[in-house]
Design a protein around this ligand. Structure first.
Ligand code: PMP
Length: 401
């Protein structure tokens, strides 16, 4: 076999900031099949509608193959943009298809927003803790992160003040089943949040890839749907990754026409447009209401998995530990007694072939608590959830003893 070739090159300043975290290195071992991994953020593959996706790609290629294989507009496939706008409006938003940009996964939306809204040292407000992938995306544009307080109910709207919002480019918020904590904002907090953001002139980026995966409680209105009445500027990001499959790499941004125009220019530089064939196939899947029948199955699967893990935590973890009880999504956030360092706990857990993500990297600013961790429960079968949580419980109790 040929050796990989390794010529030298001079990296840009930006590239030199891209580092692989120590955690990422440790978590590489979690890809081994003998490791019980609660670390990944992957959706459950058993929920992927493989046959439906295959039939949709077939149909598009047979009926419209030449258009499906052609370049397309940067804004996205028009019928899919219209479908997204319609779907948002059916849940209280007031947007037109021109307000929608289709992107190659909502992760691309994060990068594009960083590109067009963030300069070096721009102030960006984030929850405490927040989605690591967003912190990493925005970091490339060298912002100054300002952490906004969160509690058991998620982001505390009253913590948005003249002083922290002044001059900020935006607040990045995750109102549903937040990654990493699984927390959800109450209706009241959402209303207060958009009202305060409006009066502070603070744009809010609403990242909501998990909103459709609610398996308990009642759906809350999106920040976008509350924005119009409050006079707030909400930029919403959504994704087909958790409702269909992440390998499709399909998401969207809903924003003002002016911002969409800028994002379109930035996206042109990145990839010209999101894959035409994929957009057409996904439109084929969703246009007649497939998600209405598909999502209840996925929600039930996730509810069951979540229950297994909550039950195992109750049985195996010391009573001095606390954890969130998500109403949807994929994550539980655990807070261990002060003094337990979850980075060290991870080393021990890996030796026993169990993995999780320590909480520290999810905090944009020091000091980050060292006693928190994120557990993902959707891909691990019940017996392994139980045995993996039992191992973690034993290791934690040993440290406490
Ligand atoms: N936002 C959040 C909060 C996420 O958890 C993820 C994926 N883990 C993304 C955005 C990116 O998702 P995608 O690019 O697959 O749409």
């Amino acid at each position: 076999m040929d050796k990989p070739f390794e010529p030298e090159c001079s990296f840009s300043e930006r590239a030199t900031q891209l580092t692989s975290s120590a955690i990422r290195e440790i978590l590489k071992v979690t890809e081994r099949p003998d490791v019980i991994s609660f670390a990944g953020g992957l959706p459950a593959p058993s929920g992927f509608p493989v046959d439906v996706v295959r039939a949709a790609f077939d149909k598009v290629l047979v009926s419209n193959g030449r258009s499906a294989l052609q370049y397309g507009p940067t804004e996205g496939y028009a019928p899919l943009r219209a479908w997204v706008a319609n779907d948002l409006n059916s849940k209280g938003a007031k947007v037109a298809p021109e307000n929608i940009l289709i992107v190659s996964g909502s992760q691309q939306a994060l990068d594009l927003l960083g590109k067009v809204l963030v300069d070096k040292d721009s102030k960006v407000l984030v929850e405490t803790p927040s989605y690591l992938g967003a912190l990493q995306s925005f970091s490339l544009y060298q912002p100054r992160f300002v952490s906004v307080a969160s509690d058991e109910g998620g982001l505390v709207p009253e913590a948005l003040t003249e002083s922290n919002a002044s001059g900020a480019r935006f607040l990045y918020a995750l109102p549903n089943f937040q990654n990493p904590t699984g927390r959800t904002l109450s209706r009241q907090r959402r209303e207060t949040l958009v009202t305060r953001a409006a009066s502070l002139g603070l744009p809010v980026v609403e990242d909501d890839p998990y909103g459709e995966l609610r398996y308990a409680g009642e759906p809350e209105p999106s920040l976008l749907s509350l924005a119009a009445d409050a006079g707030a500027h909400v930029i919403r990001m959504g994704s087909f990754s958790k409702v269909l499959a992440p390998g499709l790499r399909l998401g969207y941004i809903a924003a003002s026409r002016k911002l969409i125009d800028k994002l379109v220019q930035a996206k042109q530089a990145t990839d010209l447009h999101t894959a035409t064939l994929t957009q057409m196939a996904v439109y084929e899947i969703v246009k007649d209401g497939f998600l209405d029948t598909h999502l209840p199955t996925v929600r039930e699967l996730y509810r069951q998995q979540c229950d297994y893990m909550l039950d195992a935590l109750q049985k195996e973890f010391p009573s001095s530990a606390t954890w969130t009880r998500p109403e949807g999504g994929m994550f539980i956030w655990v807070t261990l007694p002060e003094g337990i360092d979850t980075n060290q706990l991870l080393q021990k857990a890996i030796e026993e072939k169990v993995a999780f993500v320590p909480g520290e990297p999810f905090y944009a600013n020091a000091p980050a608590p060292r006693n928190t961790l994120r557990l993902s429960f959707v891909t691990v079968p019940e017996d392994k959830i139980r045995s993996g949580v039992a191992i973690l419980g034993r290791l934690i109790k040993a440290q406490l003893a």
